[in-house]
Design a protein around this ligand. Structure first.
Ligand code: NAD
Length: 390
């Protein structure tokens, strides 16, 4: 079949197997060209391994530090005339390339929040890695069924306390308008913490510990976004920010039990991913951020951020006052933020093309699903069930 992007709101319902494989290869090449990353951590579990920051983490540890990995993600497999999720293609492309490089790469596809998948992963670790010495938690989901009470919680990405009015962007039409978002109820805020807070991270560490598959001196990382005043009302001070604050609580609890190295929250930069494109206001901020950081020569995408995390920040760990590792330092630098604030005030539908980079944002979004990559023949008839090897 000929596979084209089908965009519905902020998701694309199709994905291109050859394009996704090309996107995975492009990220591997980025790491390999920069050379080896010294690390003693060679047995890695990546939760949320198929796209965005999790995929980049799996690629950087495997191809930068020769790590063997078990990955977990939630996917839709392909059917005869239906494409798989982009993550399914990414997982297959990653496995082929990791194995060709002599590395172990096992992927478990299913609900990371469930006890059944935790048990399956424990068995996969025992059979293939023995133990793990690094766990990267990069799951982003709108829904979680609590394995203890069986209740399904849904996140609500809303302000907390009072309504927020902000500029926003329709990334399809390029129109800048104002939106008002009503504040979350207490129940919505609590549900968001249940889904995106630190509870599942703690449950993973508990399950791995009880099964005896955590190596002595293990490290675990969980990714957060703090952002600036421009996004605080909808993010940091909203329901998602409450959930992210709960990561700091969980990190402290894990450290209290397993030692200072055992849990770090890592603050990362805003990049275009499936999860971030669903958050109001963030895509508009993202189009500005891309332009401003590119103009300053410090633009970074997903793989560049995670490469810098492992290549630089984890080599000699410095923590902020809340014990987090900061890789959002360039985004939040006073120069970048001053320029963003100036441009934010001037943003309208008419000024957007000069102030921000919507075309690049759209390109990055399409690449998440394997579209718009150089060297891929999108007019070719492809089998949606086959991912090309390197
Ligand atoms: P993403 O949507 O690209 O990736 C999410 C991953 O979670 C995918 O692999 C998906 O399959 C997996 N997943 C979702 N539900 C699952 C489930 N029930 N079971 C197993 N796997 C599941 O998201 P992302 O933007 O890379 O986000 C990862 C983390 O990074 C999040 O904690 C996010 O808050 C954080 N972060 C993102 C940004 C950003 O701008 N994108 C910035 C800073 C921090």
């Amino acid at each position: 079949m000929i596979i084209e992007p089908k965009i519905r709101g902020f998701i694309c319902t199709t994905a291109h197997p050859v394009g996704c494989a090309t996107n995975v290869q492009r990220q591997i090449d980025h790491v390999v060209v920069k050379g080896a990353i010294p690390s003693g951590r060679k047995r890695v579990l990546v939760l949320g391994c198929s796209t965005g920051y999790g995929l980049a983490s799996r690629i950087v540890t495997t191809f930068g530090s020769d790590a063997d990995t078990v990955g977990v993600s939630f996917e839709r497999p392909p059917a005869e005339n239906k494409t798989a999720s982009a993550g399914w293609y990414n997982n297959r492309a990653f496995e082929q390339r990791a194995k060709a490089a002599g590395r172990v790469a096992i992927t478990v596809e299913g609900d990371a929040f469930s006890d059944a998948i935790k048990a399956e992963v424990v068995e996969a670790i025992k059979a293939n890695l023995g133990q793990v010495d690094l766990i990267v938690y990069s799951v982003a989901s709108p829904v979680r069924t609590d394995p203890v009470d069986g209740v399904t919680y849904r996140s609500a990405i809303k302000p907390y306390g009072s309504a927020v009015t902000s500029k926003t962007l329709n990334t399809g039409t390029g129109e800048v308008s104002e939106i008002s978002v009503e504040p979350a109820t207490e129940e919505e805020a609590a549900s968001t913490v249940k889904v995106m807070g630190g509870e599942d991270w703690e449950l993973w560490i508990k399950a791995l510990s009880q099964a005896g598959v955590l190596a002595d001196g293990f490290q675990s990382l969980n990714y957060t976004y703090l952002g600036s005043e421009l996004t605080w009302p909808i993010y940091h001070k909203g329901t998602l920010g409450k959930a992210k604050a709960d990561l700091d609580r969980a990190a402290a609890a894990i450290r209290a039990q397993f030692g200072d190295q055992a849990a770090h929250v890592v603050a990362l930069k805003a990049v275009v991913t499936q999860a971030s494109s669903a958050i109001p206001v963030v895509p508009l901020y993202g189009t500005l951020l891309i332009k401003v950081m590119d103009e300053m020569g410090i633009g970074e995408g997903t793989i560049e951020q995670i490469d810098r995390l492992f290549r630089v920040k984890l080599q000699d760990i410095a923590l902020d006052e809340a014990a987090r590792i900061r890789v959002d330092d360039w985004e939040l630098s006073p120069t970048v933020q001053a320029e963003l604030k100036k441009r934010w005030a001037e943003l309208t539908t008419e000024t957007l093309p000069a102030l921000a980079d919507l075309p690049k944002y759209r390109e990055e979004f399409l690449k998440l699903f394997g579209f718009g990559l150089g060297g891929v023949d999108y007019t070719a008839d492809v089998d949606p069930q086959v991912v090309p090897a390197a």
